[in-house]
Design a protein around this ligand. Structure first.
Ligand code: BGP
Length: 488
């Protein structure tokens, strides 16, 4: 019983939410640098300049006019610009991760830090050096870096000038970027993921596209699938030691009742997620998707070698984020609540976080089983956690028992997935191990960390770091390899 000896305990972050230094060291603008803050009730907005010169702030789900370019308004607050400033605090932060005993640390590389516009042939050396220093520092503490090559952001220039992933040339630009990562960080990094939460990439901010039509979406996604498969092949070629995974936002859906119609609908709902794993783990488009394309009139323009590339570039493991589960209903009037990037039907058996995300530890065990049963490759829980408001007491302490309870209950289920169900789980990296900006709402008050960062929703604060109660608890969890989950 217990966790495997080489189980990778750690934590997860992403450049656009943590790094800051948005123009430092020669970095170019990314699409996410033009996304404002927001809140649980006020959506984040995207700022762009239209072809007529007029600047507009629109909902992230809005279509942009032809010729629109991302725009950064100097009077507006954009959370990615400073975020929680890993750029200037990396040594201090890594020392804190080491103090907790991290075996791995998940982070992403800002593409525009290496390639400010995206289409350059040679990288920006200062950017390359920045990450090299970090990987060396991690290795100094025996922390295995786990790198997400692309976590939601893309160089703004590629979105503005080429319509982002809709343009096939972007595959080559991405490959040039990953080639630099694989060669320059060879020997320092072995664990990679090609794209974060491939199933939630949308619109201008993440795909660089201007409209949300199914035709545009699936064509851009096809390019991403091809880019990912080529990256997997290239990574293996450059260093056979590399383990290159996919990454999906995953949570199971429960049929609300035993009506066969609900069950059939649940299969269709499951296909929405499975599609991404089917392509990246099996190497081809599944029939149910091809039929959907026929119904929608979607036609994917493919290169003659694409099918072969997809087949030969399947991933080594499945990384997934897990926050909550969903419910499938055939009722029109079902009550819904918030969830990771999409609303979910309410499950009467579950409680929810302050942001409405339903808490379901058993669902994590189910997710591990579903993924392993279908693909039979190792899985890695690369995100999990509770976004909550923390209170700093007069003595500076932060007693986040709610977070400890959430994580302990999920870790219990993970242990069962490993030991009772036999799922090979490589590791566990809770999301936002240090406080960072929320992707969904742009807030700071929605905190996930073991480490508190003094920063508020308007970007005010000293950025000072402090240990929460969960910091000491997680340190003990790692020390005992998951055996002692008690909170005392
Ligand atoms: C996932 C992302 C992360 C992270 C997390 C929590 O979608 O991969 O970037 O942000 O969700 O979501 P949120 O920040 O909206 O609470």
């Amino acid at each position: 019983m217990g966790f495997p000896k080489d189980f990778l305990w750690g934590g997860a972050t992403a450049a656009n939410q943590y790094e800051g230094g948005y123009l430092d060291g020669g970095k170019g603008l990314t699409t996410l640098d033009a996304i404002t803050g927001g809140s649980h009730t006020v959506p984040r907005r995207l700022s762009y300049q239209g072809p007529d010169g007029e600047v507009k702030f629109v909902d992230r789900s809005a279509d942009l006019p032809k010729g629109a370019k991302g725009y950064v308004d100097p009077n507006q607050y954009y959370p990615s610009h400073v975020a929680t400033d890993f750029y200037h605090h990396w040594k201090e932060d890594i020392a804190l991760f080491a103090e907790m005993g991290f075996k791995t640390f998940r982070m992403s590389i800002a593409w525009a830090r290496l390639f400010p516009r995206g289409d350059e042939l040679e990288p920006n050396e200062e950017g390359v050096q920045f990450y090299e220093n970090i990987f060396k520092e991690l290795r100094k503490y025996n922390i295995e870096p786990m790198v997400t090559l692309n976590h939601f952001d893309m160089p703004m220039y590629l979105a503005d000038e080429m319509d982002g992933w809709l343009d096939r040339r972007v595959i080559d630009y991405y490959l040039n970027f990953v080639r630099v990562c694989f060669t320059r960080y060879k020997g320092l990094v072995k664990l990679w993921k090609t794209f974060n939460e491939i199933n939630v990439l949308r619109g201008w901010e993440m795909l660089g596209v201007k409209d949300h039509s199914p035709q545009t979406y699936y064509q851009a996604l096809h390019h991403i699938f091809v880019a990912s498969a080529k990256a997997v092949q290239l990574g293996h070629l450059i260093d056979p030691e590399n383990m290159i995974g996919m990454m999906i936002a995953y949570g199971t859906n429960y049929p609300e009742d035993c009506n066969p119609e609900t069950f059939m609908k649940n299969i269709q709902e499951s296909h929405i997620k499975q599609f991404f794993c089917d392509v990246q783990c099996r190497g081809y488009y599944p029939n149910y998707k091809l039929k959907e394309f026929e119904r929608l009139g979607v036609e994917i323009k493919q290169d003659i070698y694409d099918e072969e590339v997809l087949l030969e570039g399947t991933v080594d493991f499945i990384g997934f984020s897990y926050y909550s589960s969903g419910v499938t209903t055939t009722r029109e009037d079902a009550e819904t609540t918030d969830g990771n990037q999409r609303r979910q039907v309410k499950n009467p058996y579950l409680k929810a976080s302050d942001w409405g995300w339903q808490i379901d530890p058993v669902g994590l065990r189910i997710a591990c089983n579903e993924l392993y049963d279908r693909y039979e490759i190792p899985v890695f829980v690369v995100e999990n956690g509770l976004g909550a408001i923390d209170t700093v007491e007069a003595d500076g302490s932060i007693n986040d028992d709610y977070r400890i309870d959430y994580l302990a209950r999920h870790i219990e289920q993970l242990e069962k997935a490993i030991n009772e169900d036999g799922v090979p789980v490589m590791g566990y990296t809770p999301w936002g191990c240090i406080d960072l900006v929320s992707a969904g709402t742009g807030e700071m008050r929605k905190r996930y960390g073991f480490i508190y960062v003094d920063m508020d929703d308007e970007g005010k604060g000293t950025l000072a770091r402090s240990r929460k109660k969960s910091f000491y608890w997680y340190k003990k969890v790692i020390e005992t390899n998951g055996e002692d989950l008690s909170n005392d």
